[in-house]
Ligand binder design. Structure first.
Ligand code: CMC
Length: 453
């Protein structure tokens, strides 16, 4: 790894001992203190809620410099990939570490295309979901169920199995997503058409009906391919960490990716794109923006400006810059440039970026501030927005999962805690117990029974 010799020394006031911890360096980014010896040699854990200062792994896939607004996939700047590459080429890069030659790309495309269909009996799985199920709920269930279909690729110690599982997941995700949408609107599923591009095929599975010809709109196809590139990976975010943690126990890749989809769904993560559109609709008119900015700044109000802020970027999200430009292009060519929601979004962005609260906290628009507007212009319904994110991020999840499983010293992930509960005490027979008030997080069983309808 080429670590420079450097240590961090802490003094333990309780014992007077010096604690020496090695410092690790990557190719980019700040150094990291290796706290491995801390518990083993000195009996201390570290405490870092939300993992704001904790690196959970070494990874050679994606690098983010949040202060400079830099995002690299395998060393390549996102701006260059967005301009010159395609989603499947980026997928190859993330999975295998290098950009493919033409032969390698053709071979990879061919493999992905061969795996786009889903087992016919998997289709009946959808019938178990109520028609108005949120497509993300359907995605979690159907992707998890893939492990019941592909026993031939779930031996995670076999590199070939891992690779086939990765290809299957990347290939089937648009098909599963398209079917989730079709189920929710009561239309027949559309089979994949493998002569189309990854994005074009997905658009067709979303919008084609058996009774009519469907022609993929090249502007929509290009915009979607770009959005997929921008969302493909983002180092150790909540869903990727979830995939790694699930995978660290030896769970099969389909189950791991289903857990990633579940983690992505939350509004603080991938669910933000859906939340942005709901928020814009709620604001309704530019004249209400000051009132909503005040709500976002009010500590007693849970309202946050969705699509603003990021755990790592304390500068403009580089993906937001790229997608903002694409947003203009898409609205000009296929959408409505004068869509009041777009005008509202631009004005909101302008006012927030001038506001001291957002300036001081370095809160800039993130990728999700714009992706929803593009999806809307392409006719993709709001409840599919996070599904779109999941399709693209599957590449990052499987690349990170493969990297982790391939490590020789891979261990189960197992964080520790500071225990704040009661100290050790003796069991009392029931007749000697008094009714104690329910603590936070304790179920009020009577209340629960009352509220069940
Ligand atoms: N609106 C208003 N205030 C905010 C916002 C926001 N969107 N984001 C952060 N803040 C404030 C927060 O209240 C806190 O203020 P103070 O220091 O006075 O207590 C300060 O900024 C720091 O916030 P934080 O919650 O400690 O930051 P975090 O790194 O834990 O959270 C975040 C990052 C993305 C969860 C948060 O910015 C947020 O909730 N944003 C809205 C949801 C969103 O757009 N998420 C998509 C992220 S990008 C796509 C992805 O990676 O999935």
């Amino acid at each position: 790894m080429g670590d420079k010799k450097h240590t961090l020394t802490l003094t333990d006031n309780a014992t007077g001992k010096a604690i020496e911890l090695p410092v690790r360096y990557g190719t980019e980014g700040p150094p990291a203190v290796d706290i491995g010896p801390l518990y083993r040699d000195f009996g201390y854990f570290t405490y870092d809620p939300g993992f704001v200062s904790t690196g959970s792994c070494r990874s050679a896939i994606t690098f983010i410099d949040g202060d400079q607004g830099v995002l690299l996939y395998r060393g390549y700047p996102i701006e260059q990939l967005a301009e010159k590459s395609t989603f499947l080429e980026v997928a190859y890069l993330l999975l295998y570490g290098e950009l493919p030659s033409q032969d390698q790309l053709d071979g990879f495309t061919n493999v992905i295309v061969r795996h786009t269909m889903i087992n016919e009996s998997l289709k009946s799985f959808y019938q178990g979901f109520y028609h108005d199920a949120h497509p993300m709920a359907t995605m979690v269930g159907v992707v998890g169920s893939l492990s019941a279909f592909y026993h031939d690729s779930t031996d995670i110690r076999n590199p070939q199995h891992r690779e086939i599982a990765a290809h299957r997941l990347i290939a089937k995700m648009p098909t599963i997503a398209g079917a989730s949408y079709k189920h929710s609107i009561g239309e027949p599923f559309v089979y994949p058409k493998n002569s189309l591009s990854y994005a074009g095929n997905f658009l067709r599975m979303m919008f084609a009906v058996p009774s009519e010809e469907y022609v993929v709109d090249p502007v929509a196809e290009k915009a979607l391919d770009l959005i997929f590139i921008l969302h493909a990976d983002h180092e150790q975010n909540a869903s990727t960490s979830t995939v790694r943690l699930a995978g660290s126990s030896g769970a099969n890749p389909f189950a791991c990716i289903a857990s990633g989809i579940a983690a992505l769904w939350g509004p603080a993560h991938g669910g933000a794109n859906e939340a942005v559109l709901r928020m814009l609709a709620q604001i309704g008119d530019v004249k209400h923006i000051p009132q909503y900015l005040a709500k976002a700044k009010d500590k007693n109000d849970p309202f946050r400006l969705m699509g603003f802020g990021h755990r790592v970027y304390k500068n403009y999200d580089p993906r937001a810059r790229i997608i903002r430009k694409m947003c203009h292009e898409v609205l000009e060519k296929v959408g409505d440039q004068h869509d009041p929601l777009f005008e509202l979004a631009l004005r909101l962005e302008e006012l927030a970026l001038k506001d001291d609260y957002f300036i001081e906290r370095k809160l800039y628009p993130n990728v999700d501030f714009y992706s929803g507007l593009i999806y809307k212009a392409l006719g993709i319904p709001t409840n599919m927005f996070t599904v779109m994110f999941a399709i693209a991020r599957t590449v990052g999840w499987v690349a990170q999962w493969m990297e982790m499983i391939g490590e020789p010293d891979q261990k189960i992930g197992r964080p520790r805690q500071i225990y704040d509960g009661p100290a050790a005490r003796d069991y009392l027979p029931i007749r000697r117990r008094k009714s104690a008030p329910h603590g936070a997080g304790t179920a009020d069983l009577n209340g629960e029974a009352r509220n069940t309808d």
